[in-house]
Design a protein around this ligand. Structure first.
Ligand code: UDX
Length: 439
């Protein structure tokens, strides 16, 4: 009989993890406290956009390897290995992470754990959290210290969630016993057989690997965007600069893409939570550069608004602005901390009529920003616009025909916030083309 596993929390991480564990051949029970979400998943409907995941969800359900529930009792009795994938968003009152979902999950699950088991934390948490959770688990569980904790951070990117989960770059296992490490090795046998490195660490290191990785990626993006500011002051081209840097193997080109900067449910909140934790630990100076990383990132949004205003003739009053992109990145319908929507909303606030189109994120954007107008195609968003802004680099925007869009707009003004378009092609079609960090 296949090994049984549970997954607590069916957000982005939990759903992907549950589906991929079923794909690896396990019998998986996913739990969420939201009955609407559980019903959707059980019916084979993914509550968010992620290429390839819905097919695997249905395959898991059809094979009878995957089920969903709202019952902690059922989940606790179902398996002796439990993955915890609940959300750890930014707190409403500051930079720190909100751990209320994690604490609620452990406090509900632990008293139901009557025999030895492994609880595996996967969510992103401030360093030191696993230590506390481990103590709480053995205090509250009838199995006592038999209810063991491991910390196994997840590095998946939205848009590549399935690939990143089934073929990860590395598996990090923060464990306190050979038994826990061996169990995780067994569960991940397939990726390990493909050569994925398996690193056994203490809890604190495992927690830190995740936030350090995201801090590094955010720093790399802000580095190139800082160079974009210098390029803007000197007439240099940041796109060429980035490409030239990327040929140095020591630097590499990934996460060196200049533009409107990073958003999403992870990078912004993770660097802020990391700074907040460093403050508590008395090592705030060590991470003070992350304030700068955050500030550079936010300045790109302001610069985008300024460039658009310049093209609008100094004011947005009475101007029509078409916005291409609402998701925080292409291949996603996620609008959490989306640079694109932030810019759209600011320009609307400055008096423009703003119409947004995104291939996947319009329903989410409309819910969060009913004050904006929405279009059903790029062409529709361009209609009668005095300025068009490219804010999320979906391939269909990069491939758009400047002549076709040119016939729809009132004036041929384009601000490319993602360096996604070929300036010569757009200028040849009589567009006034401007881009962040480019002459
Ligand atoms: C990120 C991490 O990559 C992942 O390992 C972690 O588990 C969760 O956080 P994700 O939020 O899905 O994943 O987004 P990612 O693809 O990393 O992009 C983050 C943001 O950076 C996006 O807004 C993207 O547009 C921006 N970005 C990325 C750039 O501005 N330039 C780049 O070169 C790369």
């Amino acid at each position: 009989m296949a090994r049984r596993l549970t997954v607590f929390g069916t957000g982005y991480l939990g759903t992907t993890h549950a589906v991929c564990l079923a794909e690896l051949g396990y019998e998986v029970l996913g739990l969420d406290i939201d009955p609407v979400r559980v019903a959707a998943l059980a019916a084979g409907r993914l509550p968010f956009f992620e290429p390839g995941l819905e097919d695997l969800l249905r395959a898991g359900l059809d094979r009878g390897r995957l089920r969903f529930t709202t019952s902690y009792e059922e989940a606790a009795a179902f398996a002796d290995t439990h993955f915890v994938c609940v959300g750890t968003p930014q707190r409403g009152d500051g930079y720190a992470a909100d751990l209320s979902q994690l604490h609620a999950c452990i406090d509900t699950l632990a008293p139901l754990l009557h025999s030895p088991c492994l609880v595996v934390g996967k969510c992103t948490v401030p360093v030191g959290t696993a230590e506390q959770i481990s103590e709480r688990l053995s205090q509250l569980s009838p199995a006592g210290s038999g209810a063991e904790l491991a910390w196994n951070p997840e590095f998946l990117r939205e848009g590549y969630a399935v690939r990143d989960t089934l073929h990860p770059d590395r598996i990090v296992a923060g464990t306190r016993s050979p038994r826990a490490s061996a169990l995780l090795r067994e569960i991940y046998a397939r990726p390990l057989a493909d050569g994925t490195p398996f690193l056994v660490t203490d809890f604190a290191t495992a927690e830190l690997v995740k936030v350090a990785a995201n801090a590094f990626l955010a720093t790399k993006i802000s580095f190139i965007n800082a160079m974009a500011e210098v390029c803007e002051a000197t007439g240099a081209d940041v796109t060429m600069l980035s490409e030239a840097l990327s040929h140095d193997d020591r630097i590499g080109g990934r996460y060196l893409g200049p533009g409107l900067g990073f958003g999403g449910g992870c990078l912004p909140k993770d660097i802020r939570a990391f700074m907040a934790r460093a403050d508590e630990l008395g090592v705030d100076q060590a991470l003070s550069f992350l304030r700068e990383v955050d500030a550079i990132n936010m300045r790109r949004r302001a610069r985008m608004v300024d460039l658009a205003r310049e093209l609008a003739g100094g004011s947005f009053e009475g101007r029509v602005v078409g916005v291409l992109g609402a998701a925080f990145k292409p291949n996603s319908d996620d609008i959490r901390d989306s640079p694109a929507l932030d810019v759209a909303q600011t320009i609307h606030g400055l008096g423009a009529r703003v119409t947004v189109y995104d291939p996947a994120a319009v329903p989410n954007a409309r819910r969060a920003h009913p004050e904006l107008e929405y279009a059903t195609s790029a062409l529709d968003a361009a209609r009668d616009a005095h300025i068009l802004l490219l804010l999320t680099e979906w391939p269909e925007f990069a491939d758009a025909d400047p002549e076709v869009l040119g016939k729809a707009v009132a004036e041929r003004n384009m601000v490319d916030g993602r360096g996604a378009l070929d300036p010569e092609r757009w200028r040849a079609a009589s567009w006034h083309y401007r881009a962040l960090g480019r002459p």
